[in-house]
Design a protein around this ligand. Structure first.
Ligand SMILES: *Cc1c(COP(=O)(O)O)cnc(C)c1O
Ligand code: SF4
Length: 461
């Protein structure tokens, strides 16, 4: 049992990476790339990830090394050389910072209009720590949970981690959370997210839990979700950390309140479930009555292999976790390094899905969290002699469009929803370019034999 070896969490960053025993194993060009790319994209790991999850014999191709270490190909040649030359020429820190800021601005730091479009208002006040895009689910970003035990190099929230405060949205106000929920009886799910909310001390998280559970206005909230990568990056959080038992006690309280507690575990690769401490964390969480769902984006160099997904879902299911989403990597940051054509995402998903039993087929994907909603790539098929993507919304800003199949012109190089075009005029209303600003979209009803599927146009107003 390795649990006593890691009793205290120690982050590893650019400031102390050279002291890690594994640093000397890296070729010089890789060391340079970590330092150069690490100026632009956030870099953070820890001793557990370094010692237990990365197989150093496989570096640089090791999937977890690719997941947490900045790689040479993550910046364009132009950006890379600008930073590398600046550093080796001893550029003044202020100047270097300015250059880095410009490069970051080029990397689409806030995809899908998150910063501007999803911030709700309560009694005239904007609520910066709340996102409410889909009717039933509210996202809450506690300010104390805006970092992670290690950073994923592809993270779409990377901008929050590099100190650009204008890009942060968060709240430390439990009353605000409860007031918003009380004013929105349609919300059934509150999802704590970040960063990683499990970076919080139990004593801090308890303020939110106490507020939620003691508020008699919130009976309509039936599910509490916690989005976290701690199960992969620091499972000690639930096993040996000083306040591990206190955190699990809070989970028990949520369950005892008559609600479902769902831990949305971000798992990228089955190696994250292979250690004893990772498996104990899963077992201890499940003992509280919480359930664990698994989700992750499909990332080139990390998990672009159906076998990896099959192993991940099978191992997870064996431990009692429920496969939930396979996402398409978002259009931000080092996207050129990580992204895969949509057609390849679909093929990978299909190969993995068809190799597991129905118990693992709770997973949905590949799914793009795009501006209009979660767009599910169902497949590719000839339609009237023309190849097309078959798509549907799993979630949508316009709920009346959910689960209406539609077609886009096939494009073998498309990597994101924005790259796609409607196949015919019939499909155009499903694309947000064609959404009228104020009026509701009219979608013709689908004829299902004798039953007309009612389409609730304008139900969202
Ligand atoms: C994915 C997501 C949710 C949750 O959607 P579910 O399908 O209920 O898991 C909520 N809000 C936003 C903005 C999301 O991207
Ligand atoms: S754990 Fe989640 S929020 Fe943190 S860096 Fe990874 S993807 Fe981003």
């Amino acid at each position: 049992m390795t649990e006593t070896k890691y009793t205290r969490f120690q982050p590893i960053t650019l400031a102390n990476i050279a002291q890690a025993p594994q640093w000397a194993l890296l070729d010089q060009d890789i060391q340079e790339a970590v330092r150069v790319v690490g100026q632009v994209l956030p870099f953070r790991t820890n001793s557990y990830v370094m010692d237990e999850l990365i197989d150093w014999a496989r570096v640089p191709n090791d999937p977890i090394f690719q997941l947490v270490f900045p790689q040479p190909g993550m910046l364009s040649d132009e950006h890379y050389h600008a930073v590398a030359d600046g550093m080796s020429a001893g550029m003044a820190p202020k100047q270097l910072k300015e250059m880095v800021a410009e490069i970051r601005a080029d990397l689409n730091p806030h995809p899908a209009g998150q910063q501007t479009d999803n911030v709700p208002v309560l009694e005239g006040e904007p609520m910066p720590g709340v996102q409410h895009k889909y009717r039933q689910t509210m996202l809450f970003f506690p300010s104390q949970g805006q970092t992670c035990h290690a950073y994923c190099t592809f993270c779409f929230r990377w901008a929050q981690f590099v100190g650009d405060t204008s890009l942060r949205f968060r709240s430390n106000d439990a009353d605000q959370l409860c007031n918003y929920l009380a004013a929105h009886q349609e919300i059934t799910d509150v999802l704590f997210t970040g960063g990683d909310p499990m970076i919080m001390k139990a004593s801090v998280f308890s303020r939110y839990v106490d507020a939620l559970l003691n508020d008699s206005r919130l009976d309509h909230v039936q599910t509490v979700r916690i989005g976290t990568k701690s199960l992969a990056y620091w499972p000690q959080r639930f096993v040996t950390d000083e306040d591990a038992d206190d955190m699990l006690g809070l989970f028990e309280q949520i369950v005892a309140s008559g609600r479902t507690l769902a831990i949305m575990g971000h798992y990228s690769h089955p190696v994250e479930l292979s250690t004893e401490v990772a498996q104990r964390a899963v077992a201890r969480i499940r003992n509280t009555g919480a359930n664990i769902r698994m989700q992750s984006p499909l990332i080139r160099h990390v998990n672009d292999d159906p076998q990896v997904w099959r192993d991940l879902w099978q191992t997870g299911v064996r431990l009692g976790c429920v496969p939930y989403y396979m996402f398409v990597e978002r259009d931000t940051g080092a996207r050129n390094y990580f992204e895969l054509p949509l057609v390849d995402c679909w093929k990978t998903f299909r190969a993995a899905y068809s190799s597991v039993s129905g118990i693992s087929r709770t997973v949905r994907g590949p799914s793009m969290s795009a501006w209009p909603g979660k767009v599910h790539v169902l497949g590719v098929k000839d339609v009237g002699g023309e190849p097309a993507f078959i798509l549907e919304y799993l979630q949508c800003r316009r709920p009346e469009l959910v689960r209406q199949p539609f077609f886009a012109k096939f494009d073998p190089t498309a990597t994101w929803f924005d790259d796609l075009e409607p196949l015919t005029a019939d499909d155009a209303p499903m694309f947000p370019d064609n959404w009228p600003e104020e009026q509701e979209v009219q979608i013709s009803p689908v004829n299902l034999g004798n039953t007309e599927l009612p389409i609730l146009v304008g139900a969202d107003s």
